[in-house]
Design a protein around this ligand. Structure first.
Ligand code: ZN
Length: 346
């Protein structure tokens, strides 16, 4: 029997902080499934909601159970829930696309303009239970660990960014070694990149980059640009993955890419960034690709394939395991950048 009440991490009111509270177990609609959460992981977005940045203040309507990366077991399935049954071990595509707009109907649901995000626009997964549309449930192999299953969603961002063009036999620079940047390092290696240069300002995260296969992990405050250009015989790298959102890294991104190269951007600058479009992009013949979400569901199949191939191991990136009650400790680690992925167990 599913209980009526559960513990959950709630953004109670606008402003910094969150509270562990007892709330109603969410009601699942006819096309939904209710999932008993086995593991959930902290995303940068969750930290933004916790610390209440400008974006959160404009988007999130408290009170809200937040959190969106999770895995768990289906405990109830509505009569119209297709393809999922009670007992299934699932994760979720967290972007609930409308399914009817031009973009959804032309295979581009990842940029649906009517999207609702779990844990941002509707109750999330930092809780004992979460209700999601059955359509958004992703079946996991029963032998996958709950923590790896939970982090497949951000891993999908990394896969989407890294594999939005060719990387096999190519040189790659990953600017920004937050968890998704670190995953991108691992994905590029797994996909056969010739060399992966990673930059960040945190020694802790540069060590993690080395642990998942970075050829070189370089302090971004030094002359990272010269070091990477030298390492590529003055040419620059074939592929730049901008994962930091730092205006300085973006400035480097154009110059680090070889002429004719690709720059894929997942990092989100907090304000508009100036670009010398003619010299940095046009005359260099760059392909620039903005990345949002995961392709539904191409990216998820690639994530599954990479993990099952045995070539991609993201477990070194799970650096902390906490009880849900200890979320404050997790948020402190996030603020300090002294972590890879933090997984919590409700
Ligand atoms: Zn749509």
């Amino acid at each position: 029997m599913t209980p009526k009440k559960m513990k959950a991490l709630v953004k109670v009111r606008p402003g910094p902080g969150a509270e562990l509270a007892e709330v109603d177990v969410p009601a699942a609609g006819p096309a939904d499934v209710l999932v008993k959460v086995r593991a959930c992981s902290i995303c940068g977005t969750d930290y933004h909601i916790y610390s209440w940045d400008q974006w959160s203040a404009g988007r999130v309507k408290p009170p809200l159970v937040f959190g969106h990366e999770f895995s768990g077991e289906v405990v109830t399935a509505g009569p119209a829930a297709k393809g999922v049954k009670v007992g299934d071990f699932v994760s979720a595509e967290t972007h609930i696309a409308c399914g009817t707009c031009f973009l959804c109907r032309t295979g581009q649901a990842h940029v649906c303009q009517n999207v609702a995000i779990i844990g941002v626009d509707r109750p999330g997964a930092f809780a004992e239970y979460v209700a999601i549309p059955a359509e958004n449930a992703w079946q996991n192999p029963s032998d996958m660990s709950p923590e790896v299953a939970s982090i497949q969603e951000p891993l999908g961002n990394a896969v989407h960014t890294t594999l939005s063009g060719d990387v096999a036999g190519r040189t790659v620079a990953v600017l920004g070694c937050g968890p998704i940047g670190l995953m991108a390092v691992a994905v590029a290696r797994a996909a056969g990149a010739a060399a992966v240069y990673a930059t960040d300002v945190s020694p802790y995260r540069l060590d993690l980059a080395r642990a998942v296969g970075a050829t070189r992990a370089i302090d971004a405050r030094g002359d990272a640009q010269a070091e990477i250009i030298n390492a590529t015989s003055g040419l620059g790298v074939d592929v730049v993955l901008e994962m930091s959102g730092s205006p300085l890294a973006l400035k480097q991104a154009w110059r680090l890419a070889r002429f004719g190269g690709r720059v894929s951007i997942l990092g989100i600058p907090s304000r508009p960034v100036e670009v010398d479009l003619a010299n940095d992009i046009v005359f260099r013949g760059l392909t620039v690709h903005g990345i949002t979400g995961r392709r539904m569901y191409d990216t998820w199949h690639q994530v599954r394939g990479l993990l099952s191939s045995g070539r991609l191991d993201v477990t070194p990136l799970i650096t902390h395991r906490l009880r849900l009650e200890d979320f404050e400790a997790g948020m402190t680690l996030m603020a300090a950048g002294q972590c890879g992925k933090i997984v919590m167990y409700p």
